[in-house]
Each structure stands twice: as structure tokens, then as C-alpha cells.
Design a protein around this ligand. Structure first.
Ligand code: AP5
Length: 191
């Protein structure tokens, strides 16, 4: 892959922590390219491909899709946007420390990580509310609990791996309160 000279920001946090919501606002203000691994995987599922059919089952169980599938999708879309992007927001990646290592070996170093930290109860309430209309196969109580469990099992090693590169945002307030913390981080970042 060609050299990437723009910021690459990993956006992590539990299910319903507001990653997608904040990424939309970051895109409006900074013009970055938003790549959500969840959205890319759902597109693949909806395509009806053989690979998509396999992924549906994993996602319905709230488990992690194998990284070779996720990284292949990410590399493809980064390559496609490389010539006209101000920076990349990689939303929902890495989900485990091995994903971080593979990305940095195969693509580039990340500039920093935005980590949205939200209590489980708040995340669950948000997702149960969204589940009334989202149509997402994983927005039901059983799968939400599994997604939370997967998140807790895998996240600490990522935080340990990145140390000071992790910018933690307490993210249980309003969308605008959280966004104001996010802009301070991005504006102060030397990337
Ligand atoms: P993914 O689609 O990434 O789902 P998720 O991480 O569970 O998170 P969500 O997208 O549901 O929530 P979010 O944090 O973006 O919050 P949002 O802004 O939407 O992944 C789905 C699945 O794909 C995974 O379980 C896994 O199987 C697979 N997968 C994905 N990436 C993978 C990877 N790298 N490797 C392996 N497998 C992978 O907000 C949620 C709701 O809350 C919305 O209704 C929103 O309006 C509301 N809300 C947001 N902020 C606030 C606020 N401040 N106050 C009140 N409500 C709010």
C-alpha cells in the first residue's frame, strides 16, 4: 500500500458508546474520511456473498469477525480514498491487540486512539432504544450483553499496548458535550 501522510485515528469504545455519532460530527468539522468496520461488514453481509453469509452468523452472536476479513475490507477502502482524504477515522478498530499490530504492519502507524468510555448500563439503554427502530440483528438484549462481554474481554490489552496514545473521553453526557472534548483532543494533536 502507498505511504499514508494524513492522520489515521482509531476510534474505539463499547457497543453504543457513541463512536458512529461522534465520527459523523468529526467528519463535518474536519473533513476526515469515516470508515466504520461495522458498516463495512454489514454491507458485505447485505451483499448476499458467501463471505457475507458467514459473517452474519458471527455478528449475530456478538463475536469478533476474523481479522483477515476486516483488514482486507479496510485496506481496500483506504486505498480507494487515499488520494483525496484529509485523514481517516477508523471506527470500531482495533477490537483486539492483534488487530492493532496487523494494521500497523500492513498499513501504517495510527496517530492516536479516541476511546469513548461509557458505563455498561448507559450503552445498553442506548442500544435497546435504538433497537426499537434500527432493524439491526444485533440490537437485542441477548446480543447486546454478548457484545459488551466481547468488548470487556479484549479492550484492556489494546489500552496497554498504546499507553499515552490513548485519548480517553468520558462519554456519557450529551452528544455536544462529548464533541467539545473530542475537538479539544483533535485540535491539540500534532498529527
Ligand atoms: P459495530 O457496528 O462497530 O457495532 P458496535 O461497536 O457494537 O457499536 P455501535 O455501532 O452499535 O455503536 P456506536 O459506538 O457506534 O454508537 P452509536 O453512535 O451508533 O460492530 C458490529 C459487529 O461487527 C461487532 O459486534 C462485530 O461482530 C463486528 N465487528 C465490527 N468491527 C469489527 C472488528 N474490527 N473486528 C471484528 N469484528 C468486528 O450510538 C448508539 C446509539 O446511542 C444511537 O442510537 C445514538 O443515537 C445514541 N447515542 C449516541 N451518543 C449518544 C449520547 N451522547 N446520548 C444519548 N444517546 C446517544
Amino acid at each position: 500500500m502507498a505511504e499514508i501522510k494524513v492522520p489515521v485515528i482509531f476510534v474505539i469504545g463499547g457497543p453504543g458508546s457513541g463512536k458512529g455519532t461522534q465520527c459523523e460530527k468529526i467528519v463535518q468539522k474536519y473533513g476526515f474520511t469515516h470508515l466504520s468496520t461495522g458498516d463495512l461488514l454489514r454491507e458485505e453481509c447485505n451483499s448476499g456473498s458467501e463471505r457475507g453469509t458467514r459473517l452474519v452468523d458471527i455478528m449475530k452472536k456478538g463475536q469478533l469477525v476474523p481479522n483477515d476479513e476486516v483488514l482486507a475490507l479496510l485496506k481496500e477502502v483506504i486505498q480507494k480514498n487515499l488520494s483525496n482524504s484529509n485523514g481517516f477515522l477508523i471506527d470500531g478498530y482495533p477490537r483486539e491487540a492483534g488487530q492493532a499490530v496487523e494494521f500497523e504492519n500492513q498499513v501504517c502507524k495510527c496517530s492516536f486512539l479516541l476511546f469513548f468510555d461509557v458505563p455498561d448500563e448507559v450503552m445498553k439503554t442506548r442500544l435497546m432504544e435504538r433497537g426499537k427502530t434500527s432493524g439491526r440483528a444485533d440490537d437485542n438484549e441477548e446480543t447486546i450483553l454478548k457484545r459488551l462481554d466481547t468488548f470487556h474481554k479484549h479492550t484492556q490489552p489494546i489500552l496497554d499496548h498504546y499507553g499515552d496514545k490513548v485519548k480517553k473521553v468520558e462519554a456519557s453526557g450529551t452528544v455536544d458535550e462529548i464533541f467539545s472534548k473530542v475537538t479539544q483532543i483533535i485540535d491539540n494533536c500534532k498529527c
